[in-house]
Design a binder for this molecule. Structure first.
Ligand code: ADP
Ligand code: MG
Ligand code: ZN
Length: 614
């Protein structure tokens, strides 16, 4: 959608090349050729030749003596001999009757040498200077030396992005908000009659891959107005002041083209909170100040709307977020169950699918996935179908590609000893059994002990029927118990620990910690917030907001929760010892089992147990 000029080498480039080649020829090659004709000789052979009368001409130089002889064929040869302190040299030469002091080599004409030593370097430097100027200007984007900082914002118009709102699935609220803006630009009179003022700016915020950039492109596709798109990083330049100049220029262009939309992607690059930190960056602050000024400066009625997108809204400068600048904040969150289904459908429009593909099942299994990941899942499935030699994508392709996106590819030839394989099987069944034996935990969907490229040796997939919005304290605790179930099974059966539980431990600790510090679910802290989360869309770094003593107590609380959960898991597995063995052996044999197979064996053993009790 953005057109790019193929850079052509300027004529001047070739001129310089030719000049440089000429120079090299003149200064290096020609003297070398000359040199080649001169033969080395020593003083004694010079004297001998002089006596013998072979020499015709002699020239004394600062450090050597050059003399000319003719060889048998009458060809002239120049010899060079080192000079010696020989006071009788002149007498000898006179006696020999040679012409001496004459110049053997032809000197360059003074005009040519003047040209080479003075004019040529000047020309070369001038040309190099010109070239550097040009490349500098090109980077600034301006046509002549004085217009530093012309913006290179690209203008998209309707047809060029090729995206419309139909390409964006889910995200209905965001689409609605943006539709209103587009509508305003189409028909300002409708709004002006009532006295409504067009919002000056709208900020799309959300985690990566949720379709913020896509939405902006769709707006460009829907709007019948010019669409300027620029990424925040394009404002950041080497020189202080350049970014600000670019902002000024962008808004000047936008105002000329109004009504129009200006989209600044990844606006956090320039919109970061200004502070006194040492790392503060003059260039960035100037750019931000210019942006603030420009946003205040232009007339809202003219119809310039600014869209911004970021996944770090908490790091943005408050001045940028106040009404009158970005007065609308449009959240673009991770899709819910229906949203995921819709996104899968949108992306499978262009892909050959079997008719009975069940997107709902895939959407259920991908809770927490972003739009970008879902798009990737569809593509992975299509690639797998090709690998399998099929012409259509089927359900198993989709299921497998979900796992590829979650856990990486299967490592078919990973070397795992039978003993290790057995431990992994018990570990995974441990998770699944603890989950199944607790109320309110998500049903087991699949258990596998095929290693994956992410490093997982196996995993248990639990899939909820619906998306969970709220979790009770008991459910969270049960989750932690399920996470400890793998290690608990290892302990129980093999009496030892392996390193395979590291990820479980990490997750369990994180959960228990958030229960204590943020969710108010601990015994002793009631509803006190002990941690704040920054950067919620990018993983969420938590920082403690309490004293060191409290931090120590938090650790105790976290440990207590985990210990209790661990004990619970062990006792569940002890009660179900028999079926644990049965399931683990079944899994060892099959390598991958479905949730139904798992439940069948589990239920059968339950009935058996019931039958045994008369
Ligand atoms: P970001 O929010 O990080 O800017 P993008 O807009 O670049 O995310 O999304 C990346 C890709 O993910 C898009 O090109 C699109 O293929 C897919 N995608 C994300 N969200 C959606 C959605 N809601 N509907 C359809 N496709 C989506
Ligand atoms: Mg983006
Ligand atoms: Zn585990």
């Amino acid at each position: 959608m953005q057109e790019q000029k193929t850079p052509k080498k300027p004529l001047i480039f070739y001129t310089i090349l030719v000049l440089i080649i000429l120079l090299v020829l003149n200064m290096v090659v020609v003297p070398m050729l000359m040199r080649a004709q001169i033969r080395e000789a020593d003083y004694s052979s010079f004297l001998a030749d002089l006596k013998a009368g072979k020499i015709e001409q002699v020239q004394q130089q600062d450090d050597q003596i050059l003399y000319l002889e003719k060889d048998e064929n009458g060809r002239e040869i120049i010899y060079a001999a080192g000079l010696m302190n020989d006071p009788q040299l002149v007498t000898r030469l006179e006696e020999a009757g040679v012409t001496f002091g004459a110049v053997v080599q032809e000197e360059m004409s003074p005009f040519v040498s003047f040209l080479l030593t003075w004019i040529l370097p000047i020309v070369i430097f001038a040309v190099i200077g010109q070239l550097m100027m040009r490349s500098l200007q090109k980077r600034m984007g301006g046509p002549n030396a004085m217009t530093f900082g012309k913006s290179n914002a690209k203008i998209y118009v309707q047809a060029q992005t090729g995206k419309t709102f139909a390409d964006v699935a889910g995200e209905d609220e965001a689409k609605e908000a943006l539709t209103e803006i587009v509508d305003f630009l189409h028909e300002p009179s409708k709004y002006q009659k009532i006295g409504a003022v067009l919002p000056k700016g709208a900020l799309l915020v959300g985690p990566p891959g949720t379709g913020k950039t896509l939405l902006a492109k769709a707006v460009a596709g829907e709007a019948d107005v010019p669409f300027f798109s620029i990424s925040g990083s394009e404002f950041v330049e080497m020189f202080v002041g350049m970014g600000a100049a670019k902002v000024r220029d962008l808004f000047k262009q936008a105002q000329e083209k109004a009504p129009c939309i200006v989209f600044i992607d990844e606006i956090d690059t320039i919109g970061k909170r200004r502070d006194n930190a040492l790392s503060s960056n003059d260039e960035r602050e100037q750019t931000l100040n210019q942006l603030l000024t420009e946003m205040d400066g232009f007339d809202g009625k003219k119809g310039v709307v600014i869209l911004g997108a970021t996944n770090r809204p908490d790091s943005l400068d408050p001045a940028l977020l106040r009404p009158g600048r970005f007065d609308r904040r449009i959240p673009v969150e991770l899709p819910d169950l229906n949203g995921r289904k819709a996104i899968l459908q949108v992306h499978s429009r262009e892909v050959q699918m079997e008719d009975q593909v069940d997107f709902t099942a895939i959407a259920r299994a991908t809770s927490g996935a972003s739009g970008a990941q879902l798009a990737n899942i569809i593509n992975e499935a299509a690639l797998r179908a090709v690998r399998m030699g099929r012409t259509q994508v089927n359900q198993s392709d989709l299921e497998e590609s979900v796992e590829v996106v979650i856990a990486g590819y299967q490592r078919k030839n990973a070397v795992i000893t039978p003993k290790e394989k057995e431990i992994v099987a018990y570990h995974e069944i441990g998770h699944a059994l603890v989950a199944a034996r607790q109320s309110e935990s998500a049903p087991v969907h699949k258990i596998t002990i095929i290693p994956r490229t992410s490093g997982a040796l196996g995993y248990t997939m639990q899939v909820d029927e619906t998306d969970r919005v709220l979790m009770t304290k008991e459910e969270l605790f049960n989750r932690i118990a399920t996470l400890t179930g793998g290690r608990a099974a290892e302990e129980l059966i093999f009496g030892t620990f392996t390193s395979g539980a590291s990820n479980d431990i990490e997750q369990a600790t994180k959960l228990a910690r958030s229960m204590v510090t943020r969710l108010g679910m601990s015994a002793s802290f009631d509803m006190m917030a002990l941690e704040t989360v920054s950067n919620q869309y990018l993983g969420g770094d938590a920082s403690l907001t309490c004293s060191a003593q409290t931090a120590a107590r938090i650790d105790d609380e976290v440990l207590t929760i985990i210990q209790k959960a661990h004990e619970k898991a062990i006792s569940i597995l002890k009660e179900n010892n028999e079926v644990l063995h049965k399931l683990a052996h079944y899994l060892l044999e099959k390598e991958t089992i479905t949730g139904e197979e798992f439940m069948d064996i589990l239920n059968a053993s339950q009935q058996a147990a019931v039958c045994l009790e008369p």
